[in-house]
Design a protein around this ligand. Structure first.
Ligand code: BDP
Length: 710
């Protein structure tokens, strides 16, 4: 008994401190490597940050906190140089030391938000044209320190690739979050503007640390009430708080707001009174929030009102709002996620509605396009709109919240999926016209450009529910800053900051993260299957789903399994959706024997006995993929279970339990899908695999009634 107690006392101090994930990637734990620590200390002596604005105060506080935490000794950040100062930061005009170390050309290159870090032995200089730039530079420097990178010999000149780097919250005013799996909304509207939750500050810090410069506070399925005076005052409180962190606020505009809160009879965008109403509303907003970013609009989609209700086009609607915000430098982000028009293929609808409008939008409008043509599926080909609308800036919309990716319980690092899309060649201006170049404006020369991520943030103590979901939020910022960063690099730096710099831990967990997306695709929707999730809440498999009113809400619409085969024929013998891509892209997909197998069932109805590249039949390949998916997630679980010695028991245990759910879910997905598709293929599951231990009826009777986020 006594001996046992003694052991506990000896072991406890050796364990990491209890962590709940609240600190995200800004933990600033003491650097455990003494050689690195002593080298770092030389570069950050008597640190000074010039300036006296709120942003500078924020930088000083952050640096004080970080340097004290990382070194284990208290640091005070000075406002003027002393003899010992080896760390000097501020805008380039604030001191001769700063201006002497940069060239004119470098200052032009970094623009308003970029930064320069240069080091000499025993000197660190961080400078920029603006204090926001200095702040980004400081966060970059702290990232280097947190990840144990060298901080001598630096000569970094860095500017963001994208201008708009936004989070889109799908948060409702009653604090529920559409497709949110991390609790309720962090916006406590009821208590705003008088009560400022500490979380708002930490939210701003976190976003600033990864370069996010805008946040759309409200759901795209919009509520006009947000545009009423009392709510605008609440929005103002957030905007005031976020401003010194370089973050602008945006709101979703409900198209019928003039009727709902303005008491007008119509919301027709061509109507003078409607236009006047919006102009006045916008003026009211800018009086409260002079740097208000603008509007995000979902119109004529899934029951949302829009200009088509008045026989006007998306351009008419967008331009009316654009005119209203233009005098204040505001923008409109008009979403292309529409599928209300009758088409023989939902894949084609966004293109059919938007392509004819190319060139018809005002200068301050961006069309915001989801990465794929359908809806945030585990794997989608790129939306054909990218590359097709050369006269309109297109903004990328990714979904961080994992609506179709295991929601709050599955570990999925999304960057490989994002990069797959960004790196795809649209061929719109010949070879090398990648989606990334469309989005960053370099292909068609747009200075207005951006990328948005549908937020996965809620009021859970760790912000995102799953400890690994934080990585997806982190990645949005990093990719917006530089979409050239590799998945491995982003994972690496996130792991080091969030968990540990221990080499074995970093390498194992990085491997887990990099495999996680493909693993999920394999056990959920391999070979280009899509949208076979449960109705409504989308948690779990329901490939048999066929009861909803609209065909394109039902899984059977998407897989089209029958006695001959499975998959959606989008070649000229089918809906010919392929024609929406450039001829080079069409050629990659149109031949059933050459189409990359990851996308095969997106474009072809493939016979069950079709011979795959592996030599297997399609049916056997499908079995192989589903079984591989389950095996991989089991392997990931085993690898994780060995990680307990490297990190705190809280987060270790949290992830371990969720992986338990994920393994069960993967088996559920595999068995349910294979048993169901087998009713068409009539072929056996190959003998080497363990057979499903439940019947198809068992899986068809599973009811998940209260899945979150719905
Ligand atoms: C779908 C979601 C739905 C969203 C919609 C959208 O299921 O909740 O409102 O996207 O993006 O994926 O507007």
């Amino acid at each position: 008994m006594r001996k046992g107690l003694l052991i506990i006392f000896i072991i406890l101090p050796a364990l990491s401190r209890a962590e709940d994930g609240y600190d995200l990637w800004l933990r600033y734990n003491k650097i455990s490597n003494t050689a690195i620590l002593s080298q770092y200390k030389k570069q950050i002596n008597s640190p000074v940050v010039f300036g006296s604005t709120q942003t500078v105060a924020i930088i000083r506080t952050e640096l004080g906190r970080a340097f004290s935490g990382l070194t284990g000794t208290p640091f005070r950040i000075l406002s003027s140089i002393d003899k010992a100062s080896s760390f000097i930061a501020g805008i380039s005009t604030s001191s001769a030391i700063l201006s002497s170390i940069v060239t004119k050309d470098e200052l032009i290159r970094i623009g308003k938000e970029g930064f320069i870090i240069k080091t000499r032995p025993g000197k660190t200089i961080i400078t920029a044209n603006t204090e926001i730039g200095v702040m980004y530079g400081v966060f970059h420097f702290l990232r280097l320190m947190q990840t144990y990178q060298p901080i001598t010999g630096l000569s970094i000149v860095s500017a963001p690739k994208l201008k708009l780097r936004l989070l889109n919250h799908w948060d409702n005013l009653n604090r529920t979050v559409e497709r949110g799996y991390a609790g309720f909304s962090i916006w406590d509207w009821h208590k705003l503007p008088d009560f400022i939750d500490k979380r708002y500050v930490d939210y701003a810090r976190a976003n600033a640390s990864i370069g996010i410069n805008g946040t759309v506070l409200t759901n795209v399925n919009a509520n006009a009430v947000i545009l009423t005076k009392p709510y605008l005052e609440k929005v103002k409180a957030l905007a005031d708080l976020f401003r010194p962190y370089g973050i602008k606020v945006y709101l979703t505009a409900r198209f019928s707001a003039p009727i709902e809160i303005g008491k007008l009879r119509t919301a027709d965008p061509i109507n003078d009174t409607v236009q006047l109403w919006w102009q006045q509303k916008v003026k009211e907003i800018y009086e409260l929030i002079p740097d208000f970013g603008g509007f995000l609009v979902k119109a004529n989609s899934e029951g949302q009102p829009g200009p088509q209700d008045y026989n006007r086009t998306h351009a008419d609607g967008a331009n009316m709002l654009a005119d209203a915000v233009a005098p204040f430098n505001g923008i409109v982000m008009w979403r292309a996620f529409v599928y209300s028009q009758t088409s023989n293929d939902r894949f084609k609808q966004a293109y059919e509605e938007f392509k004819p409008l190319d060139g018809k939008f005002k200068k301050n409008v961006l069309v915001q396009v989801k990465n794929g043509p359908i809806d945030f599926q585990p794997r989608e080909p790129f939306s054909p709109l990218f590359g097709a609308m050369k006269q309109t800036p297109l903004m990328m919309e990714f979904q961080l919240t994992q609506e179709y990716l295991g929601q709050g319980t599955h570990l999925v690092f999304e960057v490989p999926m994002f990069k797959e899309v960004l790196n795809t060649d649209t061929y719109s201006k010949g070879k090398g016209s990648t989606v990334a170049k469309v989005v960053d404006g370099s292909l068609d020369n747009y200075s207005l450009n951006g990328m948005a991520g549908v937020s996965n943030i809620g009021n859970d103590i760790n912000w995102c529910g799953h400890p690994f979901a934080q990585a997806n939020w982190y990645s949005l910022g990093r990719l917006c800053w530089d979409h050239g960063l590799s998945s491995a690099q982003i994972a690496d730096e996130w792991i080091r900051q969030t968990f540990s710099n221990d080499k074995s831990f970093v390498e194992t967990v990085k491997k887990i993260m990099l495999q996680s997306h493909e693993t999920l695709v394999n056990y959920m929707t391999p070979l280009g299957l899509t949208h076979i999730m449960y109705n409504g809440h989308h948690y779990g498999p329901m490939p048999w789903g066929n009861t909803l009113n609209r065909p394109d809400w039902n899984p059977v619409y998407y897989h089209k399994a029958d006695s001959i085969g499975i998959g959606f024929d989008r070649t000229p013998t089918g809906t010919n959706a392929l024609a929406q891509y450039s001829s080079e892209v069409q050629r990659q997909y149109d031949d059933i024997d050459k189409c990359p197998e990851d996308y095969l069932l997106w474009f072809h109805h493939v016979p069950w006995k079709h011979k795959m590249k592996s030599g297997r039949t399609l049916w056997d390949e499908l079995c192989y993929k589903y079984y591989t998916g389950v095996d991989s997630i089991k392997a990931i679980q085993q690898q994780w279970n060995k990680m307990n010695k490297y990190i705190d028991p809280e987060r270790f245990g949290h992830v371990a339990q969720l992986l338990g759910i994920q393994v069960k879910d993967a088996i559920w997905w595999r068995n349910a899908c294979l048993l169901y598709f087998q009713t068409f293929s009539k072929m056996p599951i190959p003998a080497q695999y363990e057979k499903p231990d439940k019947t198809l009826e068992y899986y068809q009777n599973i009811r998940i009634l209260y899945a979150p986020g719905n």
